[in-house]
Design a protein around this ligand. Structure first.
Ligand code: AP5
Length: 181
């Protein structure tokens, strides 16, 4: 799942993974769990996450490679939040080969809606990086570092763009339609 912060990657990935019977692997969730459990990785990642910056590639890539080797991922997986830049995409190919990702599903949502969704979640759930300043930095980081992946996957004919505006079931329906093609 590819898309800016607040596009609905986590929301839709959870539903899609359940429908497909494969694990939903969210690097954001894995990192937040490491922070909550005060692991070494969590301690190294926390400041980057709170600022809305990317956690260094080597830390995240090692975590993902380890996770993809676990038994439940043998028959497929839905990656959410990884890769986050072309270097991470290349690291994945280097570790597992060119077939490692079949399709990048790109959720498209305009910036105004993204900010509204994240500010609302910040008020309701208090996620540490859902404050207005940090949200703006996350959006900038997305544009600078993650958006190049659109061209990366498009040039490899592995990108599907999906409109992310609408209700959660509407967006889910569009994703299912794309996967059925
Ligand atoms: P991560 O957890 O991946 O955060 P993110 O990309 O900023 O994404 P969000 O979880 O905020 O948004 P989402 O697109 O998943 O939308 P969601 O479904 O949650 O990463 C957090 C941090 O970890 C990063 O900043 C970085 O520091 C680090 N990190 C993670 N991966 C990394 C990597 N690979 N490399 C380096 N660092 C990494 O929905 C958002 C809100 O909108 C929710 O409240 C939801 O209910 C609502 N919503 C969803 N769909 C709709 C809809 N259709 N209509 C209205 N509201 C909706």
């Amino acid at each position: 799942m590819l898309g800016p912060p607040g596009a609905g990657k986590g929301t839709q990935a959870e539903r899609l993974a359940r429908a497909l019977g494969i694990p939903h692997l969210s690097t954001g969730d894995m990192l937040r769990s490491n922070v909550a459990n005060e692991t070494d990785l969590g301690r190294q990642a926390q400041a980057f996450m709170e600022a809305g910056d990317l956690v260094p590639d080597e830390l995240v890539t090692a975590m993902v490679i380890d996770r993809l080797q676990q038994e439940d991922a043998v028959c497929g997986y839905l990656l959410d939040g990884y890769p986050r830049n072309p270097a991470q995409a290349e690291a994945l190919v280097e570790a597992f080969g060119d077939e490692v990702l079949e399709l990048a599903l790109m959720l498209e949502v305009d910036a105004e809606e993204l900010i509204q969704r994240l500010v609302l979640r910040g008020e309701e759930q208090g996620r540490a990086d859902d404050t207005e300043d940090v949200i703006r930095n996350r959006l900038d980081v997305y544009e600078e570092q993650t958006a190049p992946l659109v061209e990366y996957y498009e040039s490899r004919d592995r990108l599907a763009r999906v409109q992310g505006l609408g209700t959660i079931p509407e967006v889910f329906g569009r994703l299912i339609e794309v996967l059925a093609q």
